[in-house]
Design a protein around this ligand. Structure first.
Ligand SMILES: C[S@@+](CC[C@H](N)C(=O)[O-])C[C@H]1O[C@@H](n2cnc3c(N)ncnc32)[C@H](O)[C@@H]1O
Length: 471
């Protein structure tokens, strides 16, 4: 069992948990839910055996049927709620149970924040063996309708065209009517598009037979401009009735500014193929964070919650010590947002990013915002950073904002070699953050600040900023 699954208890306590062999698959047991895993499942015990119960929350008393028993833990599904937790609320979305995208929607928002804070502290303690004072998590004032992007699979199910989200651990699509965490324009665009696709007879992709056309629709909204981009991921380059499709989408969604296509002919679960092209309008959206404007291409990463992103970037800006002379490296820079946000206080900015479109956006973003002392390199951070070091460049501040898997060890070694005065680690995964902080800690960096920010309300995800300085 991965200890990372636990949302409570010390390591020693967990080690004491013994295997209990009498638990029978298919039998139901009364379980008191006393904790929450990092991925939002309730934690209780049957005897000494730890049991994970999806959709249960601390304070619930449930009768649950055991569906699997492993060496040191079991899983069970709720049969009956004997007593509901006082923290339980009725989610505003009726599809929460089927969809699985909002794992914490049935938990009061302040308690969601409490558990996210716990999970960050626990991960640092248990995985990173780090005793750090974790600042109180910054929550969202109105924790709904915050997402600016949805990746929506399209399929025929029971003779009907559906567009929605995959059910947890399945390829069954929950048809979307309205989503409480998406910007309302996204839900509206999905409804309109579904109707038009049916009327024009454009076939969704059939993954069993590898036939049909439309695999995914990716919809992005600019909060500041109230503008939309629709990216259609198709199996074939040719889209039947394309002109009619474009004209009807434009007519029925006046906020639409861009229609793009990505062609993915492969038999694969990977969403995108290599070719992306413009079908109509502009090949990008523009959104704002603070006083900066950002160009966002179809394939570029942009934080999904622009309201909390500003708060996140403000925390970073406040945390780093910049006098106007320092060199800042923004590794995993996406379209350059964090670095450009700090650039007015920096002497030089170097960004590194792996997606070519994002690097082009970053360069354009520097230009559009009148920032001349920024350069962006295309490539892997772990490859480009050592090259920069070999060229004799030395940063004062390094920002890393990697994907969920965290940083490559070789990158952390390069960082320790160039010895920046400060490191800012922005992470969407407390487990890999803790792992990497422990490494940086042993390389001579002290943790000055850990600040969780809730960028993903209603879900188990949490963003954390950690500031480190040379000991
Ligand atoms: C979590 S996003 C952060 C982006 C940006 N800092 C922001 O706040 O919008 C991570 C970014 O790292 C990029 N990426 C993934 N692996 C990379 C690597 N090995 N080297 C450089 N960039 C990478 C992704 O394309 C993505 O843009």
């Amino acid at each position: 069992m991965s200890l990372a699954r636990f949302g409570y208890g010390s390591c020693n306590q967990l080690m004491e948990i013994q295997q209990e062999s009498k638990i029978i698959i298919g039998e139901s047991y009364q379980i008191d839910i006393i904790g929450l895993t990092h991925d939002g499942e309730g934690v209780g015990r049957i005897g000494k055996m730890v049991v994970f119960v999806p959709q249960a929350i601390p304070g619930d008393l449930v009768i649950a049927k055991v569906i699997s028993v492993k060496k040191t833990y079991a899983r069970a599904l709720i049969n009956q709620m004997i007593k509901s937790s006082s923290d339980r609320i009725e989610p505003s979305c009726s599809l929460v149970k089927q969809c699985g995208g909002c794992q914490l929607a049935h938990l009061q928002y302040d308690k969601q924040l409490y558990w996210k804070q716990q999970h960050v502290s626990e991960a640092l303690k248990r995985i990173g063996k780090i005793k750090a004072n974790v600042l109180p998590i910054i929550g969202m004032e109105n924790p709904t309708a915050y997402r600016n992007k949805a990746q929506i699979p399209v399929a025929f199910q029971n003779q009907e065209l559906v567009m929605g989200f995959y059910q947890k651990r399945s390829h069954n699509i929950v048809d979307l009517e309205y989503c409480q965490i998406q910007h309302p324009l996204i839900s509206k665009a999905v409804q309109v598009m579904k109707r038009i696709l049916v009327e024009l007879g454009i076939a969704p992709y059939d993954e069993q037979n590898h036939t049909g056309v439309l695999r995914h629709v990716v919809i992005r909204v600019s909060f500041s401009e109230k503008a939309l981009m629709i990216l259609m991921v198709t199996r074939t380059r040719k889209i039947p009735q394309l002109n009619e499709l474009i004209s009807r989408l434009r007519h029925e969604i006046p906020e639409l500014e861009s229609i793009m296509q990505n062609v993915n002919p492969a038999v694969t679960n990977v969403i995108y193929g290599s070719e992306t092209r413009l079908l109509w309008g502009k090949p990008y959206l523009i959104d704002e964070i603070g006083k900066l404007k950002f160009v966002i291409s179809a394939r570029s990463f942009f934080q999904v919650n622009p309201i909390q992103t500003k708060i996140l970037y403000d925390v970073v800006k406040k945390a780093v010590f910049l006098t106007g002379k320092e060199t800042v490296w923004d590794l995993y820079c996406g379209i350059g947002t964090i670095g450009l946000y700090l650039a007015e206080n920096a002497g030089q900015l170097i960004g590194v990013e792996i997606i070519p479109e994002a690097v082009e956006d970053a360069r354009l973003n520097a230009k559009c915002n009148g920032i001349e002392h920024a350069v962006f390199y295309l490539g892997k951070a772990e490859v480009i950073a050592p090259k920069l070091v070999r060229q004799g460049l030395r940063p004062d501040v390094i920002i890393v904002d990697p994907p969920r898997k965290g940083c490559e060890l070789s990158l952390l070694q390069t960082i320790s070699q160039v010895k920046p005065a400060q490191i800012v680690y922005v992470s969407c995964n407390p487990a890999t953050l803790a792992r990497d902080l422990e490494i940086l800690n042993t390389m001579g960096y002290a943790i000055d600040m850990v600040q969780p920010v809730d960028v993903f309300p209603q879900t188990y995800h949490v963003e954390t900023i950690c500031l480190m300085s040379k000991k």
